[in-house]
Design a protein around this ligand. Structure first.
Ligand SMILES: Cc1cc2nc3c(=O)[nH]c(=O)nc-3n(C[C@H](O)[C@H](O)[C@H](O)COP(=O)(O)OP(=O)(O)OC[C@H]3O[C@@H](n4cnc5c(N)ncnc54)[C@H](O)[C@@H]3O)c2cc1C
Length: 533
């Protein structure tokens, strides 16, 4: 494809001369780093990567916390913490798991058998309720499969659950039912069942946990989880490579069918044949970047239609392992708490003071999501501490719970380079709506976990999308596009839908709409098969 000439080169912008490049990659998270790598693999080296933070990795983001045995702080992961869905012998392997192994990222499998349940009066066994909900989830999958394959209208996960016979208020213990439902659904998608798409919520879970495997390995690497992303970047970026512009905040993107001009907060600018914006949907929804011209209706609507969930891990370091005195608790990894009043009130607690994690550390962390994330992220650490201590004291009434030495947690809802944790699909979504989120607008392209229809919310989603866009741009820049997949549309410009049809026909589940593996139904469950490519 011949590249039309760019408009007359701007000599300067606010006194700065624009850097001239073929591809401006906006963001150095997994999608950005992978886009650049895909270009590099096709011998295209004329790109720049612009990044807000002072490091590579994006939402694979860590912080120093507390104190270790040598007085140095631990590194804990504020963002992506698990490699999810690793792969099984003879089956496909999750590419993220391949990278974790390649870069020797230390990790320990989460063991969901080391799991106890609690309510406001202390230990209270409702594991049977968890088993009952997991059985219901299989029925829910079958329901989602019916809708997907017959091109019926999507519905909420809550409606789906009711239809397959799960109504928390009618369970023997409604609050325990709330807790297990939160753990399995909200704790993974960071939205409630009432706010989530049945079809695509079921599909995204199956693509990762049925296509690969149901394993979740928790990263404990003291170099930081982002070591694998930095490692991959080091294969094509030299140390102090001028193509990586850290600490640079993009504020304005002007685009046309001729090229793109990116202007940064410091006044610097980049003039490119193409740009790839990998900012989260949270950033896009916050209007921190001005687009000129304004994004067309179909794109703007798509950005507003999908949602950004928040997942907040609150880290606590106690002077000693107060829950470990009783040998029955010593190697427990998960404590699930059913609050009597508020669903999702400090529900899941995880011990890091356990073999394979940080033994001797006294560290526990508790996770909240969604509205609770907004609430705790707005309040002070002290206010949160008072709430968590009250919960812990009711969970462990026979144990003297000491005050922690340290409490710390991220404020994802307020972080200006993320504005939330990961995306989720609301009820009633279709592949066409999502394709409008993915599709390029002239020479401005988009990539990230949120543009993945099969793996949204996961690191693998960002990786597949980065690779896809890098491949397409390589093709448009005259090199070979090596992307492949079922159906047409793996290379070249993306299609978008000016008119949405409200449902998704079977033939639309193809690579052109970002559905990168074939799906079929077996025993009523959406199962995905991998084409081995
Ligand atoms: C709390 C949390 C828990 C998670 N847990 C898991 C998990 O266990 N397993 C899993 O697989 N996934 C998990 N994820 C999701 C995973 O982290 C993401 O899917 C993935 O990292 C997204 O990569 P990305 O490249 O799409 O976006 P990002 O990583 O957000 O990359 C975009 C980059 O753009 C930069 N940027 C933003 N705005 C600007 C601007 N104006 N100018 C310049 N640069 C800008 C950002 O700093 C960032 O580096 C979690 C995420 C969070 C936050």
């Amino acid at each position: 494809v011949a590249i039309p000439p760019l408009p007359v080169k701007r000599q300067s912008y606010n006194g700065h001369t624009c850097t001239r490049t073929k591809v401006a990659i906006l963001g150095a998270g997994i999608a950005g780093i992978t886009t650049a790598q895909a270009l590099h693999n096709q011998s295209i080296s004329d790109f720049v990567i612009v990044e807000y933070q002072d490091t590579i990795g994006g939402r694979v983001h860590n912080a120093d916390f507390g104190k270790g045995p040598d007085e140095a702080p631990f590194i804990v992961e504020y963002g992506a913490n698990w490699a999810q869905g690793l792969g099984s012998p003879g089956g496909p392997e999750n590419p993220i798991w391949t990278f974790e192994k390649k870069w020797n990222i230390s990790n320990t499998p989460s063991d969901f058998d080391k799991f106890l349940t609690y309510n406001e009066s202390g230990a209270f066994d409702f594991l049977d309720e968890l088993a009952a909900f997991e059985a219901i989830m299989d029925k829910l999958d079958a329901e989602a499969g019916e809708i997907l394959l017959n091109n019926l209208q999507d519905r909420t996960v809550r409606e789906g659950l009711s239809l397959v016979g799960w109504k928390p208020e009618q369970r023997p213990n409604p609050r325990a039912a709330d807790a297990v439902e939160w753990f399995v659904w909200d704790g993974e998608q960071s939205y409630t069942p009432a706010e989530s798409s049945l079809v695509f919520g079921a599909a995204v879970s199956n693509f990762t946990f049925k296509q690969y495997s149901d394993e979740n390995n928790f990263i404990i690497d003291q170099r930081g989880h982002n070591t694998w992303i930095k490692g991959e970047a080091s294969l094509y970026l030299s140390e102090d490579d001028p193509r990586l512009m850290l600490n640079t905040i993009v504020t304005n993107i002007s685009y046309s069918d001729q090229g793109v001009i990116v202007v940064n907060e410091d006044g610097s600018c980049i003039e490119a044949d193409y740009a790839v914006c990998t900012f989260s949907i949270g950033v896009l929804q916050h209007d921190v970047v001005t687009f000129e011209p304004a994004l067309p209706d179909w794109k703007h609507t798509a950005i507003e239609m999908f949602q950004m969930g928040t997942y907040t891990k609150i880290f606590l370091q106690f002077p000693y392992k107060f829950w470990g005195n009783d040998s029955a608790l010593a190697d427990i990894q998960f404590f699930l708490y059913a609050d009597p009043i508020q669903r999702g009130w400090y529900p899941i607690w995880q011990s890091l003071d356990t073999e394979g994690f940080f033994p001797g550390s006294g560290i526990l962390f508790v996770t909240v999501v969604n509205r609770e994330s907004y609430r705790v992220e707005r309040q002070s650490n002290e206010d949160t501490l008072a709430e968590v201590m009250e919960v812990l004291r009711s969970m462990f009434p026979d144990i003297e719970v000491p005050t922690p030495d340290y409490i710390q947690y991220p404020r994802w809802t307020q972080t200006p380079w993320a504005y939330g944790s990961f995306s989720n699909w609301p009820p009633g979504t279709t592949l066409e709506m999502h394709q409008n989120l993915r599709a390029n607008v002239d020479r401005l392209w988009f990539a990230g976990e949120h543009t993945s229809s099969s793996y949204f919310g996961y690191m693998q989603g960002a990786w597949f999308e980065g690779r896809d866009i890098g491949g397409r741009l390589a093709g448009l820049l005259g090199a070979e596009c090596t992307n492949e997949g079922p159906g047409d549309g793996a290379c070249g410009e993306m299609e978008h839908y000016e008119t949405l049809h409200g449902t998704t026909t079977a033939d639309e589940y193809d690579i052109g709409n970002g559905w990168d593996t074939s799906s079929f139904q077996e025993d009523g469950v959406i199962v995905v098969s991998y084409d081995g490519e």
